[in-house]
Design a protein around this ligand. Structure first.
Ligand SMILES: [Fe+2]
Length: 227
């Protein structure tokens, strides 16, 4: 029997090359931001710069080279989706660092205010936790909750596979970048390496250079009226 898979969620993985001097500069800059924290109490959750007043990381000149390299990968992602980037203005809407100590993690969330998001692994020790993506809709769920983990434990489902799973985990290596639709729920697994994991995330907004004749995509903000 031929199995036909339709309507995929497309996540692109690529590699960014930076030299070790640059990595060290960026790591120490991120550590500086994190050390501004007045409370030293360790929590279950990672430090994420987006809600600590550091949500415009790429405005910092030290991160410009990295931002340019990431832009190149974002363009490639849009091309995979056959989107004509010549007609678009593309913006980093936000960008921030995450700092994950041992046993810390990030719960499922989306970045619903933007179009495309990414995670780049600036410092990724082995066993420091992967990224999990979750489906918004399990297309093959022929009966409600038929694919939940308890159904596997009770032998109703033989094993999880790409046809019956609503979650997929990746354990990226250092310098990997994952690019995905911002609306995709994602989380991280706990860091079990004994060393910090540092990633850089960002949200991208796309808008038409010229919205004439288009109805559904964001018109260029240069034409908006402020009240
Ligand atoms: Fe995220």
């Amino acid at each position: 029997m031929k199995v036909i898979n339709l309507f995929p969620l497309t996540i692109c993985e690529s590699k960014i090359e930076i030299d070790e001097t640059e990595r060290n500069i960026l790591v120490s800059e991120i550590k500086k931001m994190r050390n501004e924290e007045t409370s030293n109490k360790k929590t279950t959750y990672a430090w994420t710069g987006d809600n600590k007043g550091h949500e415009f990381l790429f405005s910092n000149n030290l991160f410009k080279n990295l931002a340019n390299k990431i832009s190149y990968e974002i363009i490639k992602y849009l091309k995979v989706l056959e989107i004509n980037t010549d007609l678009l203005d593309i913006y980093y809407q936000r960008s921030w660092a995450t700092f994950t100590e041992d046993d810390q993690q990030i719960n499922f969330h989306t970045h619903s205010q933007s179009n495309i998001s990414f995670a780049y692994y600036l410092m990724k020790p082995e066993s420091s936790g992967g990224i999990i993506f979750k489906s918004n809709e399990l297309q093959n769920e022929i009966a409600k909750n038929i694919f939940t983990s308890t159904k596997i434990e009770k032998s109703l489902i033989n094993q999880p596979n790409i046809y019956n799973s609503d979650k997929s985990m990746f354990d990226p290596i250092q310098d990997s970048i994952f690019i995905f639709p911002s609306k995709t729920p994602h989380a991280t697994l706990p860091n079990k390496s004994g060393f910090p994991r540092i990633s850089i995330s960002g949200d991208i907004t796309i808008m038409l250079k010229n919205s004439k004749g288009f109805e559904h995509l964001m018109p260029n903000f240069k034409n908006w009226s402020k009240f």
